[in-house]
Design a protein around this ligand. Structure first.
Ligand SMILES: N[C@@H](CCC(=O)N[C@@H](CS)C(=O)NCC(=O)O)C(=O)O
Length: 217
């Protein structure tokens, strides 16, 4: 029986990023896979050498699976998917398609959406990345008009990553012109595994508020 995996995240974060901290991707994957896991924390405010040794950029998440330690949410998802056919088809074609779309989510979509979002935080009159991001969404819309999921004709870890990468633009209304894309993200996020992962992350940070004596007032 393989050991239970541990997801590492921050002990606390401010309210803004809650529900979007990337440990959610790992929680979601492990819920989809039906694998037990625990959650451990590193301090948000004081990122010491132990944290840096596990995640050289001082970020979260990272994953521990016995002797194996992995950082980068994409690498963590691929590691988890090795354990579950629910996330990653076993046949070479389905596997290649899934890996390709997972990397596309990170390297062709999130690499535009995150800088777009950072610029957007300062509320510029025009976001110079808006056109580039729209090109990506146009192409994804064309793909998702034709199919329910990205790879292997079924939900895979690639959809988990793509849908999560699109949640911020969706929340900010940027998917409103894209019917198929918006419906795709809603479809992925209505899965029980996503809902549980999301609830659990919010509960984790709420408990951290309580432990610090912080209230909603
Ligand atoms: N490429 C990394 C990005 C990780 C990332 O941005 N983590 C955020 C939380 S979602 C973080 O740790 N932010 C704090 C910081 O960057 O200092 C991954 O996918 O794991």
């Amino acid at each position: 029986m393989p050991e239970q995996m541990t997801i590492w995240t921050f002990d606390w974060v401010p309210k803004g990023p809650r529900g979007f901290v990337r440990d959610l991707r790992l929680r979601w994957a492990l819920e989809e896979a039906g694998l037990p896991y625990s959650v451990a924390t590193v301090p948000f405010e004081d990122r010491g050498p132990d944290h840096i040794a596990r995640q050289p950029f001082g970020q979260v998440p990272f994953l521990e699976d016995g002797e194996v330690r992995v950082f980068e949410s994409g690498a963590c998802l691929l590691h988890i998917a090795e354990r579950s056919e629910a996330l990653m088809p076993r046949d070479p074609k389905g596997r290649a398609e899934t890996q390709q779309w997972l990397v596309a989510a990170l390297n062709s979509v999130e690499m535009v959406t995150v800088p777009w979002w950072f610029i957007n935080l300062s509320d510029p009159p025009e976001n110079p990345l808006a056109g580039w991001m729209a090109q990506r969404f146009d192409r994804l819309e064309a793909v998702l008009k034709e199919r329910e999921w990205l790879a292997a004709s079924r939900f895979t870890v690639a959809d988990l990553m793509m849908a999560d990468a699109l949640r911020v633009p969706k929340k900010l209304g940027r998917l409103d012109p894209y019917e198929a894309l918006g419906a795709y993200v809603s479809r992925a996020c209505s899965r029980p595994a996503f809902r549980k992962a999301y609830r659990d992350q919010l509960a984790h940070f709420k408990a951290a508020d309580a432990a610090r004596g912080l209230t909603d007032a």
